[in-house]
Structure formats: structure tokens, C-alpha cells
Design a binder for this molecule. Structure first.
Ligand code: NAP
Length: 312
């Protein structure tokens, strides 16, 4: 096996993403030692039972001597968790995260991290709607993008290029495709590709649920595949998503404004019986789906390759 990228990797927060990193790092030999910590004692016990690594009794104990620390907690908790371990971080250590919003993550970690630590925010574009240490799996990052957003002012700092190369090498070893971009661009892109779709899913599921109660319609019982797919997305962790919308407020509101205008245009086309407009829009959408499949970002199989039809 090739040499480990890091001698001691510390993972704080043993949920879906943290436990998946631990599994992938162990399987690929990307870290010699894997130390983990979670604020919840039951989760720490579960992680020990699952054999995810050396489970520490405190965050400080986990990060002591680590050359890389990955924060796998909701975006709103990044500042607090960084502050709690700051005095135990080794000079020259890399501090990164997996949060879904990067401008806020960078600011929170940079404000709380001590000098001499390389803060390099990151975001794996991989996940599921499940939470907790049992939900993780080693292949989660295989073939997925991992976006790193190193602060622009770090480029001139001695050692920062080496730190960025080491972190890129780590994620590449886990099977990810690494891309570097500025945090603002990340947040604008993810607002439309991830954050808005989640907001729509949360909203449509809530609307359908309310309709069922008010009109006594069996919306949920007779939901076809389309609605079922929204319910999967809407089952995602509420804390994580609350933090995403609070932290990426501007980009999400801008994107939501554009979306509302486009939705109003479709509404008008339906009202006035403008079939051509509807057909054109749906044809364009279908082309985008094809481009996603051609880029290898999703399965070409009908109904995502599910073998069972939606239950009736
Ligand atoms: P998860 O399975 O719910 O795990 C979240 C972890 O954060 C748990 O260990 C939780 O502790 C801990 N935590 C929550 N609030 C905390 C606080 N205030 N202080 C300290 N620890 C706290 O969630 P996840 O999916 O792994 O998400 C973790 C991060 O990954 C989030 O920042 C999210 O934006 C990002 N992310 C998620 C996905 C996805 O699809 N799920 C994809 C890419 C990136 P407890 O054990 O006490 O609950």
C-alpha cells in the first residue's frame, strides 16, 4: 500500500460524512492513525463499536498531534467547535471542513483558529439523506467532486501550497475529484444545484401534507414517483439544512428570485394555454438531464435503476 497522506487524522463529528471519511481513509490507507470525536457519548460508543478509529473523550484529545483535522459538523457549529479545540491544534496542522456553504465556513474557522494553522475549507459533493455513524460508507466519495476553497490571501504564506497539495492528495486518495475555487463562486453554484432543490423539496412535501389534511385527499398514499423523489430529499437532516439556508442567505435569495420569475412564466403559460412555451421549456430541461448523464454524474437507468415501482 502507498504511504499515508497524513500521520494523524482527526475527525470531529461522527455523522454520515465524518464516519464515511473515517471508513474511506482506513480502507485506502490515507491516514496512519484516525482519531474521532463526537459531542454525543452514545455516538462515540457506537463509533467504537463500528471500529471507525481511535475514539477520543474530547475534541482536544482527538486533535492533539494531528496533521489534519476535519470538522464534520453543521456549518453553524464550525466556529464553536474550532474555538473549543484551538489551543490543542498543532502548528502547521491543516484545518478543513465539509460544510455545504463555504464563505461562512471560512470566516467561522479563520476567526477561531490560531495562527500557524492552515485553514482550507472544503465540501464533498456527495451525501445521502441519512444521518449518523451507521449511515456512512467508504465509497461515498468515489468519483464525486470535492471542492476546496483556500482563502485568497493564503497563497503567499509559507507552506500553504504544500498544505493544499496534501489535502488535495488526501481527497484524491479517497476517490474524489478535487477542484479549487473561490468560496463565493462555490456558494452561488451550490445555491442553484443543491440548496434551492432542497428548499423546493421541503416546501412541496409540506404543501402536499397540508393539502391532504385540509382536503382529505390521499396525496401521500397515491404519490407517484415524482413526489416520492421529493420526499427522499426532504428527509435530509433539519439542523444541517437550517444552517445551510442561514449561512448562504444572499445566494439562495438571489436564486429563489430567478426561480420565482421562471415559475410565474410557466404559470402564465398554463393559464393562457400556451402549449408551445411549455413544450419548449420541458424540452430544454430534458436536454439538461441528458447532459448530466453524459457527464457521468447520474445513472442513465429509468427511475434511477430502482427495481421496484413506487408502492401504491
Ligand atoms: P450528521 O450525520 O447529522 O452528523 C452531524 C454531526 O455534527 C453529528 O456528529 C452531530 O453531533 C454533530 N453536531 C451537530 N451540531 C453540533 C454542534 N453544535 N456542536 C458539535 N457537533 C455538532 O450530518 P452530516 O450529513 O454528516 O453533515 C455534516 C456536515 O457535512 C454538514 O456541515 C453538512 O453541511 C455537510 N455535508 C453533508 C452532506 C449530506 O448529504 N449529508 C453532503 C455534503 C456535506 P450529534 O452526534 O450530537 O448529533
Amino acid at each position: 500500500m502507498t504511504d499515508p497522506v497524513f500521520k494523524r487524522l482527526a475527525i470531529l463529528g461522527i455523522g454520515l460524512i465524518g464516519s464515511s471519511i473515517a471508513r474511506a481513509a482506513a480502507e485506502t490507507g490515507a491516514a496512519e492513525t484516525i482519531a474521532l470525536w463526537d459531542r454525543d457519548a452514545d455516538v462515540r460508543a457506537e463509533a467504537t463499536e463500528l471500529g471507525l478509529g481511535q475514539v477520543a473523550a474530547s475534541g482536544q484529545e482527538a486533535v492533539r498531534g494531528a496533521d489534519c483535522v476535519i470538522l464534520c459538523v453543521p456549518v453553524g457549529a464550525l466556529g464553536e467547535v474550532t474555538g473549543a479545540v484551538a489551543s490543542a491544534l498543532a502548528p502547521g496542522a491543516i484545518l478543513t471542513d465539509v460544510g455545504s456553504v463555504k464563505t461562512a465556513a471560512a470566516a467561522a474557522m479563520a476567526a477561531a483558529a490560531p495562527d500557524g494553522v492552515f485553514v482550507i475549507p472544503g465540501h464533498p459533493i456527495a451525501g445521502t439523506e441519512a444521518s449518523g455513524p451507521a449511515a456512512g460508507f467508504a465509497t461515498l466519495f468515489t468519483g464525486a467532486w470535492h471542492i476546496l476553497t483556500p482563502p485568497p490571501d493564503s497563497a503567499d504564506t509559507a507552506g500553504s501550497a504544500e498544505a493544499l497539495a496534501a489535502l488535495s492528495g488526501f481527497w484524491t486518495r479517497l476517490g474524489a475529484r478535487v477542484e479549487t475555487m473561490d468560496a463565493e463562486r462555490h456558494d452561488r453554484v451550490l445555491a442553484i444545484t443543491s440548496h434551492l432543490p432542497h428548499l423546493i423539496a421541503f416546501n412541496i412535501v409540506a404543501t402536499a401534507y397540508d393539502m391532504e389534511r385540509v382536503d382529505e385527499q390521499d396525496v401521500v398514499k397515491y404519490s407517484a414517483g415524482g413526489f416520492r423523489d421529493f420526499t427522499r430529499i426532504a428527509a435530509s437532516d433539519p439542523t444541517m439544512w437550517r444552517d445551510v439556508f442561514l449561512a448562504n442567505k444572499d445566494a439562495v435569495l438571489e436564486t429563489l428570485g430567478r426561480f420565482s420569475e421562471d415559475l410565474a412564466a410557466l404559470q402564465r403559460a398554463i393559464r393562457w394555454g400556451d402549449g408551445d412555451a411549455l413544450f419548449q421549456e420541458f424540452t430544454r430541461a430534458r436536454r439538461i438531464r441528458k447532459a448530466i448523464i453524459d457527464a457521468g454524474m447520474d445513472s442513465a437507468e429509468v427511475n434511477f435503476g430502482r427495481d421496484k415501482p413506487p408502492p401504491t
